[in-house]
Design a protein around this ligand. Structure first.
Ligand code: ADP
Ligand code: MG
Length: 324
């Protein structure tokens, strides 16, 4: 392994959350070749970090992937029984972990590095009384016409909502992650130097009944919040959220847009109150960053997947740090 971790003064343990869009871009058709190529590109971009001698946990999103899984079963519903949402998340979690672990190990072997990467099936417990279950709010999957939306509501019992004039989408509850199942195994593997891929798609949502028995539940947990929770529980002090923009911006997408370099916790909280971070995209990342810092974190880096090493070493990205 490289000895860079000391010379670059890098953290001894790190959790990286990779965006669903970064590993399955909206624009691709999703052929096996495309998916392998995208995973290989992600591995190539992350290789300098995969090679560093540190505890490394990778979480990832699954938005575009799970959207396709759901559409597939809508289209095939008269021939094949559709799966529940927890099973859909388990599907995309498994597929993405497979692609990433293969791509990571191939990139490492190509560099002559014997390090292992393993994907774990991760259940995440949520509270069945979470208020999110009374008001589904997270749009998932594809857009439908109003007529299609009505029939899906009747057939599947889905809740559908109009999305900013773009059509109708399924909306699902997005409860808070309460407990990462098997977190001790994630820690055990990471501490022996294995790169652990876990918590994909925010984790498979489950609830535990009074007898301690777990059941899957129809929900989608925010992957940024699951990543934050996992990192805090493990005592990891550095978290990096990699997405499709290189920096967090104020007045995003306007003439007054201003990109943030280093920003303190109290500054970012102020910007959050002012409404700079869109719900469902940058909003959950900033919320996860704030929670992480308030529960023992030292630094959150939000940046572009293609600039991961530069971001980690302070040359790119937005860095959220404690108030001095
Ligand atoms: P991921 O798949 O990585 O979770 P998201 O699409 O959920 O990606 O979030 C990243 C997106 O957030 C960016 O592509 C950008 O369009 C959007 N975004 C919204 N508000 C902001 C902001 N204030 N600064 C930067 N990006 C923003
Ligand atoms: Mg997202």
């Amino acid at each position: 392994m490289q000895e860079a971790s000391t010379s670059l003064n890098l953290p001894p343990s790190l959790l990286i959350a990779v965006g669903g869009n970064a590993i399955h871009p909206e624009g691709i058709k999703g052929t096996p070749e495309e998916q392998m190529t995208v995973a290989a590109k992600a591995a190539e971009m992350l290789l300098p970090i995969l090679e560093l001698e540190q505890e490394l946990i990778i979480t990832h999103g699954n938005g575009p992937g799970v959207g396709k899984t759901i559409l597939r079963q809508v289209l095939a519903r008269h021939r094949v029984t559709p799966m529940s949402l927890d099973i859909c998340v388990a599907n995309t979690q498994g597929v993405t972990a497979y692609l990433l672990m293969q791509a990571f190990e191939n990139a490492l072997r190509n560099a002559g590095n014997p390090r292992h990467a393993i994907g774990l099936v991760t259940q995440v417990e949520v509270d069945p009384n979470d208020l999110a279950f009374t008001r589904p709010s997270k749009p998932i999957g594809y857009f439908y016409s109003q007529a299609e939306a009505r029939s899906l509501e009747i057939e599947f019992g889905w809740t559908m909502a109009e999305d900013a004039g773009r059509g109708w989408r399924q909306v699902v509850p997005s409860p808070e992650p309460r407990h990462i199942c098997d977190i001790s195994l994630i820690e055990a593997l990471a501490s022996r130097g294995t790169i652990v891929i876990a918590g994909g798609g925010g984790g498979i949502p489950v609830v535990r009944d009074t007898r301690g028995i777990r059941h899957g539940i129809e929900a989608v947990i925010d992957k940024d919040l699951t990543s934050q929770h996992m990192a805090n529980i493990l005592g990891i002090e550095h978290m990096m959220i990699l997405t499709s923009v290189s920096q967090v911006a104020l007045n995003y997408g306007t003439q007054e847009e201003r990109k943030l370099g280093e920003v303190s916790l109290s500054e970012i909280k102020q910007y959050q109150r002012e409404g700079h971070f869109a719900a469902g995209s940058m909003g959950p990342k900033v919320e996860a960053a704030i929670r992480f810092m308030e529960r023992g974190g030292k630094r959150v880096i939000i940046g572009h997947l293609e600039e991961s090493l530069a971001a980690l070493t302070g040359k790119a990205g937005t860095h959220i740090v404690l108030d001095s």
